[in-house]
Design a protein. Sequence first.
Length: 285
Amino acid sequence: MLSQIIDGKAVAQEIRKKVAAEVQKLRESGTIPGLAVILVGNDPASELYVNNKAKACEECGINSKVIRLPQKTPEDELLLLVKQLNYDPEIHGILVQLPLPLQIRERAIIEAISPLKDVDGIHPENIGKLWTGNAYLKPCTPYGCMELLKRTVPDLRGKKAVVIGRSILVGKPMAALLLQENATVTLCHSYTQNLPGITRSADILVVAIGKPGYVKGEMIKPGAVVIDVGINRIEGKITGDVDFASASERAGWLTPVPGGVGPMTIAMLMQNTLEAVYGQKNILR
Ligand code: GUN
């Protein structure tokens, strides 16, 4: 039997609709949520992501301010911009599209963003809150993966979850979120030995390594839930980190690429912008 498909596009739409309704209420009470997105340089993939983010904002009633800076922008100029946005009362969320050009230290920029406006959830303060079980803003992609997982596996307690990839934006926060739901988490990376042995024990497998088709069906436990975070471009086509054909003969559930995690990342960015408004206005929910 072939895997069931986890329809990220449909779930993302449902979440965006809910956000739009809450934004409408905020607007009626005089607050217009605002998101600033900064893009340095003109990497075509980043350009596409940023445009999609702006489109989603418009659909949800969030004001978006896209700021495009030249590739050669010096670090202090970007730092100054971030600091100005920190104090801008019309801006509730700040997202600096990564990666940044080499002359800019990513960490310096991330640490300059007000933790209250850090809709990527990667400021050290927010990372600390996440790992202590007091998450404020959670990184959008793993947050989206968790929404998909919760709809597929209502009770994650005691499940064996394996995450491949340990990036700041995906792998590490994914492990923290799974741990928070009481899954037993293994975080794998490029130095992990006997990876297929580990992945074959996973009830839940999350793959975020940026290697097209890397995880084959034989690495998957029959019936497992597989979340493919990869977005790889090969000859103009988008493919995931999981080999869909062989995986769909083993997994119980599988996210497609495109149409799986990708749309969820943007939906959770909208959700985070809303949560940032609540955080800054001290609105308890
Ligand atoms: N580049 C690729 N994904 C992301 C993301 O989620 N946030 C930011 N800031 N940059 C990215």
